[in-house]
Design a protein around this ligand. Structure first.
Ligand code: IPE
Ligand code: IPE
Ligand code: MG
Length: 250
């Protein structure tokens, strides 16, 4: 599902962020890594508010990857505690700004207490329509693709669908992100130039913005800078510049 085609585009409809660099932020200050994660939560709050003010309709944040389970247990536990605290403390912000919370990832692996508070927050905000905030939790793009493939295979085995009739739209509809437009802009902080298993299917035609800023230092100014960079891009979706200029959304 390609979102809109515009050259140059103005404001992205969907921004996705790989929030990286919390550990290095803490190391630079001689603090434990968890302090970096704590400051990272503050950055999340600032970016959510900024996206909402700008009327961006979807914001997806990569908060914890499936691979991150391999980190030392105390760090994983601290991240889970911070997540629970964030969900409890930010409910009022989500309700006040009419933001709907969604989760993508293999959430069955999350601790029971985290799943409970997630379920509560998702259902309390389900009717909100101003913005969708999606958290990638225990998320990995390949894992999501495999789970979608399993669903399609099961449906085919039951005779509900014919394998040769499977389309990209049907595949998208079985991903965790079903119903959300593809990201227009993917931002990664901390100077790393990689995708780290994030939204592999969905970012086929996304624009990328990389910054050396470590996630805890990422704020409104950095967010606006990434949006400004995006507004200068010319998205072509495989077409010529002349054709792309005529795409809907121009
Ligand atoms: C991002 O910061 C947060 C998570 C991946 C959970 P990191 O913890 O990866 O910080 P660095 O990359 O080690 O600096
Ligand atoms: C990507 O950051 C995952 C999140 C931001 C949640 P990592 O720090 O886990 O990625 P790598 O290991 O540097 O690729
Ligand atoms: Mg990292």
């Amino acid at each position: 599902m390609t979102s809109r085609g515009s050259a140059p585009p103005s404001l992205p409809r969907h921004v996705a962020i790989i929030m990286d660099g919390n550990g290095r932020w803490a190391n630079l200050r001689g603090l434990p890594r968890v302090e970096g994660h704590r400051m990272g939560v503050r950055a999340v709050r600032a970016v959510v508010e900024c996206a909402r003010e700008l009327r961006i309709s979807c914001l997806t944040l990569y908060a914890f990857s499936l691979e991150n389970w391999g980190r030392p247990e105390p760090e994983v536990l601290a991240l889970m505690t911070l997540l629970k605290e964030f969900l409890v403390s930010e409910l009022s912000l989500l309700l006040r700004h009419r933001i709907r919370l969604r989760v993508i990832g293999e959430t069955s692996s999350l601790p029971f207490a985290v799943r409970k508070v997630l379920e509560r927050t998702v259902s309390a905000t389900a009717g909100n329509t101003e913005m969708t905030l999606t958290l990638g939790l225990s998320y990995a793009g390949r894992n999501e693709i495999v789970r979608a493939a399993r669903r399609l295979a099961a449906e085919a085995a039951e005779g509900k669908i014919a394998p040769e009739e499977i389309t990209e739209e049907m595949f998208s509809a079985r991903l965790d992100t079903a119903g959300t437009p593809d990201p227009d802009l993917v931002i990664r902080t901390s100077g790393e130039l990689r995708i780290s298993n994030f939204l592999l299917w969905q970012s086929a035609y996304a624009e990328f913005a990389f910054t050396d800023v470590l996630w805890p230092d990422f704020g409104k100014a950095e967010f606006l800078q990434a949006l400004e960079e995006y507004s200068r891009r010319h998205r072509r979706f495989g077409l010529t510049g002349e054709q792309a200029a005529k795409l809907p959304g121009k």
